[in-house]
Design a protein around this ligand. Structure first.
Ligand SMILES: [Zn+2]
Length: 344
């Protein structure tokens, strides 16, 4: 009896050894107690594999969440069974585990990749995007983490074909440049002269403090907006028209302006974010610097783009926008955002 003779009894489909370029996103236990890894791969998108061995096995510790490298997988096509046989880790982003905010951000990256089925199809690009985001989270100071997450979300929605046009107003087609903002400011001043009394009494009723109220309104009028209903940015004129058309939306926009609660998860899971994504008429105030940041980031490599900073209100609006877009891309609530979920 030879090896070949023994083989004659088995099915004709051969067992195979596969190699993937992979980023490990998640581990979980099967009902039978086995460990299952979910990996983002360049070759096949999301791939689930079994990992055998006790808690102290070398392979198990090598192949833990956010490790990046080459995965060697044994495939038994007859049983549709994949087992990790080796993992050659090139990077494990160790600083992610040293700080809760970074770990949470990495968990959000992993969750998005899983819930978008590996980013839709351009798997090598998506894998590299995920690695770049983790690299930025790993190497930058924790305060820069917001930008790494924001840029990851922006590029992912772009790869999924859900990124809004940053050049033209979705409603009237007008350009969304800083120059268009200057023209809009002129229109606002002209308009106010014509019906100043009516607006002032409205301002008194709403705001109270005269100086602060005026400054606040001026800022509103010079901002862009993002409309979740129209799925695009609005120029200042269309944003003003939209805010006049819906008092409920105006209230929401005012609430999102400055001063978010602190903490990595809290900043991304304010309750009104969910409302924004669900209400077709809802819109979000976007300051010019935030729109410039999105536009400029498209021309730069990831590591360079995350170094560009914004002031607090511009960053807050940017994050609220990208959360809404991410939620739509995932077509599901995001556990990272809803409950401060952290991967283990
Ligand atoms: Zn417009």
């Amino acid at each position: 009896m030879t090896v070949f003779g023994a083989g004659a009894d088995t099915r004709s489909v051969p067992n195979r050894n596969l190699v993937y370029e992979a980023l490990i996103l998640r581990t979980r236990e099967s009902p039978a107690g086995d460990r299952i890894l979910t990996m983002m791969t360049a070759e096949a998108g999301l791939v689930d594999v079994f990992v055998f061995g006790g808690p102290k096995s070398k392979l198990r510790s090598l192949a833990s969440p956010f490790a990046s490298g080459r995965a060697f997988v044994y495939l038994d096509p007859a049983k549709d069974f994949r087992k990790l046989s080796d993992f050659e880790a090139r990077d494990s982003y160790p600083a992610l585990r040293e700080e809760l905010g970074r770990l949470w951000a990495a968990g959000l990256v992993a969750e998005l990749l899983i819930k978008t089925s590996g980013g839709g199809g351009d798997f090598p690009f998506v894998l590299e995007l995920g690695r770049e985001a983790l690299r930025a989270l790993d190497s930058r100071s924790p305060e820069r983490g917001d930008y790494a997450v924001a840029l990851f979300l922006w590029r992912l929605v772009g790869l999924l074909g859900l990124g809004p046009d940053t050049e033209a107003c979705v409603s009237c087609g007008r350009g969304l440049s800083t120059a268009s903002l200057g023209r809009a400011a002129g229109e606002v001043r002209g308009g106010d002269d014509g019906r100043g009394d009516g607006r002032d009494s409205g301002g008194m009723a709403r705001g109270g403090g005269a100086g602060g109220g005026n400054a606040g309104r001026g800022e509103d009028q010079l901002a862009f907006a993002y409309s979740f209903g129209a799925e695009g940015f609005l120029c200042p004129s269309c944003a003003r028209a939209a805010s006049r058309g819906s008092s409920a939306a105006t209230g929401d926009a005012a609430r999102t302006a400055p001063g978010f609660p602190r903490g990595p998860a809290a900043e991304w899971r304010r309750p009104e974010d969910g409302a924004f994504a669900r209400e077709s008429g809802a819109f979000l105030r976007i300051l010019p610097a935030a729109l410039d940041w999105l536009r400029d980031s498209e021309k730069k490599p990831f590591a360079e783009a995350v170094m560009a900073g914004l002031d607090g209100p511009a960053l807050a609006g940017l994050k609220a926008l990208l959360f809404g877009l991410a939620r739509r891309a995932a077509e599901a609530p995001l556990a990272s955002l809803a409950s401060g979920f952290l991967p283990t």
